[in-house]
Design a protein around this ligand. Structure first.
Ligand code: ATP
Length: 213
């Protein structure tokens, strides 16, 4: 199983970025770069989920294709890596299990963060063992146009006020990139160009594998 970092090279923190990445796009990549730069972390690791609890039954593209597209997208970028840790694990992709696996492997002094887009933050109370998760790592929120996560009251059902305050402090000012995987899939389906929305190597993979038609 690849966790996506070299123990020896790891000086500072690791920002884990989970998602379906169906496909990975420049919104993901720009958000991850902004997070590692702002936190001054060693790297971001993209972790495609085979089976996220909130997307069960949505007919995701084969996990092997999503993993390959993520690898193509980060190729040559020293601060980015991809891990297949969730794809290799059976069952639903619970974030806490993934973060725990990293916590068990890296030195205790290495900070860990989990990146979410601002559309995901207000939904955090629906996540499995979220109170434990926010104790295990920082949850760092990247900006996403159309989603201003100012109202976090729903989180009070599962998280304490200090925990919510920490989440609020970790809402970062990152570039607002209005790209979604849904839109990329729709454009391919309609025969429109996806150039500038995804890396060229990802667009080539989509074309050669006939995805999203
Ligand atoms: P879909 O349109 O299929 O729902 P998506 O574009 O939202 O996909 P996901 O793979 O579901 O992409 O997202 C993984 C994570 O990346 C989520 O936390 C999501 O909020 C975040 N994210 C996705 N797109 C962006 C973006 N343009 N800017 C910032 N964060 C993003």
């Amino acid at each position: 199983m690849r966790l996506g970092y070299s123990k020896a090279a790891m000086a500072s923190g690791i920002a884990l970025f989970g998602g379906t990445f169906d496909p990975i796009h420049h919104g993901h990549l720009i958000a991850a770069r902004a997070v590692v730069e702002q936190l001054d972390y060693e790297r971001a690791v993209f972790i495609p989920a085979p089976n996220p609890p909130h997307k069960v039954g949505q007919g995701l593209t084969d996990a092997a294709d999503r993993l390959e597209m993520a690898r193509l997208a980060v190729a040559g970028e020293p601060r980015f890596d991809v891990s297949d840790i969730e794809i290799r694990r059976c069952g639903l992709s619970y974030t806490i299990l993934t973060v725990q696996a990293y916590r068990d492997t890296v030195a205790p002094a290495v900070p860990l963060a989990w990146i979410v887009g601002s559309d995901s933050l207000p939904e955090l109370h629906t996540w499995y063992r979220v109170a434990d998760l926010v104790e295990l790592c920082r949850i760092v929120t990247a900006a996403r146009p159309g989603y201003e996560p100012s109202d976090l009251t729903a989180l009070q059902s599962r998280l304490s006020d200090p925990q919510i305050e920490r989440l609020r402090r970790d809402i970062l000012t990152t570039p607002r990139i209005d790209i979604s995987s849904t839109d990329v899939r729709r454009r391919v389906h309609q025969g429109l160009s996806i150039r500038y929305l995804v890396p060229d190597a990802v667009a080539d993979h989509i074309q050669s594998r006939g995805l999203y038609r």
